[in-house]
Design a protein around this ligand. Structure first.
Ligand code: HEC
Length: 152
């Protein structure tokens, strides 16, 4: 069996991303493995810095944290197909990636009161993937209710 080569562009991207994110702040202890997981499993759609441009894929950077203002929105973050069905099967690893997305890419959109996702929470919620014919409409409703509950 031939071993898949880790694409050079991903390696370069991880280094760039790690550099961009800097090493300061209380939440600096983000593992390289987590960033690599994000780049490999999520970055292709969401962009290496969480900016997906003019596509149907939502921008995560400085946006995604608003969902955590409601319980429904928090649940949505794990139940969305890109996460619940992720090839990252390990719940702790997926929680780490989600926390990276929220507390790094999410920036100020994530309220300071937001608690990090745990492996148990991810385990329970990913077993209940969203079921709808119109994900975009559901997303818009969940987001507007969450926004209304945000402290800012
Ligand atoms: C195939 C493209 C694709 C991949 C891969 C993907 N996503 Fe997504 N993601 C989407 C789309 C599209 C949505 C909007 C909801 C929907 O239609 O599923 C979304 C929604 C989200 C949301 C909710 C935010 C919002 O504004 O709706 C989060 C958080 C998220 N993705 C994170 C991730 C993470 C973390 C990974 C990797 C584990 C990932 N996504 C993998 C396309 C993708």
């Amino acid at each position: 069996m031939t071993r898949t080569r880790f694409p050079d562009f991903l390696l370069v991207s991880s280094l760039v991303l790690l550099g961009l994110l800097g090493m300061s702040g209380a939440r600096a202890a983000i593992q390289t493995h987590t960033v690599t997981n994000y780049l490999t499993h999520c970055g292709g759609c969401h962009g290496i810095e969480g900016v997906s441009g003019k596509t149907f894929v939502p921008t995560l950077r400085d946006q995604v944290g608003q969902f955590t203002c409601s319980q429904e929105g928090r649940d949505y973050l794990v139940r969305v197909p890109g996460i619940s069905m992720s090839l990252i099967r390990d719940d702790q690893e997926l929680a780490d990636v989600l926390n990276f997305v929220l507390f790094r890419l999410g920036g100020n959109s994530t309220p300071t009161s937001t608690k990090p996702f745990t492996a148990t929470e991810v385990h329970t919620l990913r077993a209940q993937p969203l079921q709808t014919d119109d994900l975009m409409a559901l997303r818009a409703e969940v987001l507007s209710r969450a926004r209304a509950a945000c402290p800012h």
